[in-house]
Design a binder for this molecule. Sequence first.
Ligand SMILES: [Zn+2]
Length: 344
Amino acid sequence: MNLDPLARYARQMRVSHVGRSGQEALRAARVLLVGCGALGTAIADLLVRAGVGFLRIADRDLVELTNLQRQTLFDERDARESWPKAEAAARRLREVNAEVEIEACVRDVGADELPELARDVDLLLDGTDNFETRYLLNDFAVHVGKPWIYGGAVGDHGLEMAVIPGRTACLRCIFPEPPSAGVSETCETAGVLGPLTALIAALQAADALKILSGHREAIASELLQVELWSRRVQALRIPRQADCACCVRRELPYLDGAAGATRAESLCGRNTVQLRPAIHARIDLERLSARLAREGLVFERSRFWIRFRAEELELTAFPDGRALVHGTDEPARARSFYSRWIGS
Ligand SMILES: [Zn+2]
């Protein structure tokens, strides 16, 4: 019988970058994962197997059959029984490694929830599918000086970058503003390849291992860009921007609520949720209708709005960024639907 509590990590410790001290640091490390879809499940799986001490998983969605193509912790039973993703992931991961403390939070993570969820962790990981939450993660990380790791994947192209506040560029050094709603593609509209999300998540998990095992110096101020189909991988060196509104001027509108936070309210008795995104958000009806047409979705268009149906819900989008989601009175479901089809 082997009494060494770290014996199960022998292969990982043998990698000189990790070693025994790195493994011990990992065991003491605490992580918050926001979003447990394609990126989140793969990140969580890798980190739990690697032996992080504590993992908190926050996600607002339920498992669906169409998730199984790429969301590696879930199975058909989870989809059939509509398990919350955070709970299904936690159940599975506890079977993988009972030594890791895993906490499932079935929550919609906004500016009100994030400080509490991240209060006692060393690192934040982005497993989300929307820019609203990513800009919030960036504001928060810069504000409290904790590292976070960005990852995004749509179609066959993906991006990955670790942010260490005060040392590397932050998300807004590269993209000062999020793309306007309805313009950029989402996984729902453009699809996504399982091998791509596995690859981006692996890059995020690798950067997490560097940070958590005590090797922050191994993190470069770089955005990694992957085009999977053509096998193109590019590391773009990103210097910190001398006048970055976030990490230099310390304007944190996504955290303090001045921007970003989509307000969702259930319209009583109408089975409808109204979403009012950031003040400066605009939906370009022209570009949105062109995109929906390109993707083969059936929609109606007037001078004032665009309306389409998917997943038993109907969404009416207005140029000022507002949207009505008919067919539900659950704000979290409506927000999730909006970010999947319109993007944010
Ligand atoms: Zn910055």
